[in-house]
Design a protein around this ligand. Structure first.
Ligand code: NAP
Ligand code: MG
Length: 404
């Protein structure tokens, strides 16, 4: 078989622990035998981030901007416990995802992978629901204050022109708590554009919800920016028969539960944090959740939504063959190939991404799956738990047939 050619390299960001092991297995078994793989490799493994003083993360983000498509393995975000586990760390390095996200200024889209044998907890959800989470500001970049006596809290904005605006937040007669949050028009606008573009690319309706009846100015601004930006996408939406639909967050929750799925639900930062965990759990498993970061200029970075699966890694180190689910990591690669193929007009490469996903579905639909999924299978479906390696071998076998 002649290998499928590539033009532009993918930015490949390697990672940590069990996902790093899976990363290599996926390349060896599912990619290198079929594709003449071109990547620009960045080792985002924790120790290499430490050696480079985290410069490698910045370099990887800049390369992503340059080439347009990246695929990332899960990485450790060090905390206190990790500092003890890896005494050579010179600093508690920041989350690579946070660093990359702030350099690319993107929106995160999370899409569950669904199969017939595993039904969503919500029985009428037939198609996946994609959560588009605004990843800047609000409570995540807010300041808090706890005060102890009666008094008045005010909020003042000082413009660079010298103009000042002051508002009374509240007068209180005892101890109280306070919070100051913000967002920027620029960030909201790029969030809106990313959502409309993603809806067009994936041919799905877009829902957006906030609480503008209560937060009239704050959430009201989100709503009106979305309306303004929609004007630039309206014609394309109409041509594709898609709708943009705005509703209050509480109404959205009720409608989402009653829906059949198959749409994008755009959420403000906090709503997206909470709702994406709700949606992914209801669809089955964190191991089946893919994630893509899309920047306003169209730059994309594909990854799995789960972490480095530490517990499995320690079992792997003891020589045990683990049954860690590689689906979301495989789909990060397939997503990147499809995108790269489209950008470079390489239909064969895009087709490879498509076939790789089909081979995964064929394997799962044959009842061959990792342990985490077996327990979720509906009565009437047969399922057998296999190790990660056996699962990948089964996918490889089917992929070979599909590519013939
Ligand atoms: P995690 O790696 O997602 O794993 C949590 C648990 O979920 C696992 O112990 C496992 O349960 C199950 N699980 C997750 N992915 C699975 C898979 N592919 N196959 C089978 N089971 C899977 O989360 P964590 O333990 O909280 O975090 C571990 C490290 O990952 C941390 O250092 C964190 O910083 C990092 N992290 C990175 C990212 C990222 O790079 N995007 C995201 C989140 C966390 P059982 O053990 O019960 O089988
Ligand atoms: Mg969360």
């Amino acid at each position: 078989m002649t290998k499928i050619a590539m033009k532009t390299p993918l930015v490949e960001m390697d990672g940590d622990e069990m996902t790093r092991i899976l990363w290599q297995m996926i390349k060896d078994k599912l990619i290198l035998p079929f594709v003449d793989l071109k990547t620009e490799y960045y080792d985002l493994g924790l120790l290499h981030r430490n050696e480079t003083k985290d410069q490698v993360t910045v370099d990887a983000a800049m390369a992503t901007k340059k080439y347009g498509v990246a695929v990332k393995c899960a990485t450790i975000t060090p905390n206190k416990q990790r500092m003890e586990e890896y005494p050579q760390l010179t600093e508690m390095w920041k989350s690579p995802n946070g660093t990359i996200r702030s350099l690319l200024d993107g929106t995160v889209f999370r899409v569950p992978i669904v199969i017939p044998a595993i039904k969503a907890v919500v029985k009428n959800w037939e198609k996946p629901i994609t959560i588009a989470r605004h990843a800047y500001g609000d409570v995540y970049k807010s300041v808090d204050l706890h005060t102890q006596e009666p008094g008045t809290c005010t909020m003042t904005f000082k413009g660079e022109s010298g103009a000042e605006t002051t508002l009374v937040v509240q007068k209180v007669d005892g101890p109280a708590i306070w919070q100051g949050a913000h967002n920027t028009e620029k960030s909201i606008r790029s969030f809106a554009r990313a959502c409309f573009q993603y809806a067009i690319d994936s041919k799905q309706d877009l829902w957006f919800s906030t609480k503008d009846t209560i937060a009239k100015v704050y959430d009201g601004t989100f709503k009106s920016i979305f309306e303004e930006e929609f004007e630039n996408y309206k014609a394309k939406f109409e041509a594709l028969g898609l709708t943009y639909f705005y509703t209050l967050i509480d109404d959205a929750v009720a409608r989402v539960i009653r829906s059949r799925g198959g749409f994008i639900w755009a959420c403000k930062n906090y709503d997206g944090d909470v709702m994406s965990d709700m949606v992914s759990t209801a669809f089955g498993s964190l191991a089946m959740m893919t994630s893509v970061l899309i920047a306003p200029d169209g730059t994309t970075e594909y990854e799995a939504a789960h972490g480095t699966v530490t517990r499995h890694y320690y079992r792997h180190l003891k020589g045990e063959a683990t049954s860690t689910n590689p689906m979301a990591t495989i789909f990060a690669w397939s997503g990147a190939f499809k995108k790269r193929g489209e950008l470079d007009t390489l239909p064969e490469l895009a087709n490879f991404g498509q076939k790789l996903e089909e081979a995964c579905f064929d394997t799962l639909n044959a009842g061959i799956m990792t342990k985490d999924l077996v327990g979720l299978v509906e009565p009437g479906f047969e399922a057998k738990a296999v190790t990660s390696e056996e699962f990948l071998d089964e996918v490889a076998k089917r992929l070979e047939t599909l590519l013939k």
